[in-house]
Design a protein around this ligand. Structure first.
Ligand SMILES: [Zn+2]
Length: 246
């Protein structure tokens, strides 16, 4: 294929724009914030699960506390009733008095056991509260970290959007100046190998970095300037300039 050497050189500008577009696409997929957000989501799930477990434990303990308190109230009420009866002097039977005394002793013992139980449950409830507070603080921290990562990701994406819009406009402008056939060739090579055109610099292909041998260089040296020459290794259009080392 033949093409005006100026058009061939312009392919280098197109290749620079395309390399930028490729970099932007790669960056879009590999933003560190994406992994950060994914990790934060995992941590959020784990943190929420353990918070739910602590909340369940706390509400179970609250229920136990209410039950024990109700039992203590009952025992106390019963004791007060018994003491009322004793104090009233209305009971004259010695057997009845003895039974009442006995019941009061039993009730005192029972109350003491219940109060010990209540104390123990309340201590566990307090420990659970500490755990809950820690869990809530941990969750808030993870949510904040995720929020920050999302903000950074969105800023990076907005930058990439702007870069891509500019580069695509530049791409269209360059393509508009070039012969259709040359662009078609460039696009074909780019689709296959990633780089459509490169500078031949000091005898080396700018796309695959291969150093051309003397025979290949000789062929290129003898080719007319408007002939489109290509790298034998990667197929890229090799653009010749004063830097080519020919
Ligand atoms: Zn090459």
């Amino acid at each position: 294929m033949n093409a005006d050497p100026a058009a061939q050189r312009r392919l280098l500008d197109l290749a620079v724009v395309d390399a930028d577009l490729t970099r932007a696409a790669h960056r879009r997929r590999s933003l560190p914030e994406l992994a950060e957000i994914e990790q934060a989501d995992k941590n959020l799930r784990a943190s929420r699960d353990s918070l739910v477990a602590a909340e369940t434990a706390a509400s179970d303990l609250d229920r136990d506390i209410r039950k024990l308190e109700a039992e203590i109230d009952q025992v106390q009420a019963r004791g007060e009733r018994d003491r009322g009866l004793l104090d009233s002097g209305s009971i004259s039977s010695g057997k009845q008095l003895e039974d009442l005394q006995h019941e009061l002793t039993t009730l005192r013992r029972r109350q003491s056991v219940l109060e010990d139980d209540l104390l123990e449950v309340m201590e566990r409830r307090e420990a659970t509260e500490t755990e809950l507070e820690r869990g809530r603080a941990g969750l808030a921290e993870i949510e904040q970290r995720r929020f920050d990562a999302v903000r950074r990701r969105d800023a990076a994406l907005a930058d990439l959007d702007a870069t891509e819009t500019t580069r695509k406009q530049q791409r269209q402008a360059i393509i508009g100046e070039l012969p259709t056939e040359l662009v078609a060739l460039y696009e074909r090579i780019r689709a296959r190998n990633g780089t459509g055109a490169a500078l031949l610099r000091e005898g080396r292909c700018g796309a695959c970095r291969l150093e051309l041998d003397r025979t290949a260089l000789g062929r290129i040296r003898e080719a007319p300037p408007d002939q489109v020459v290509r790298c034998e290794e990667c197929g890229a259009v090799l653009v010749r300039t004063a830097e080519s080392g020919l």
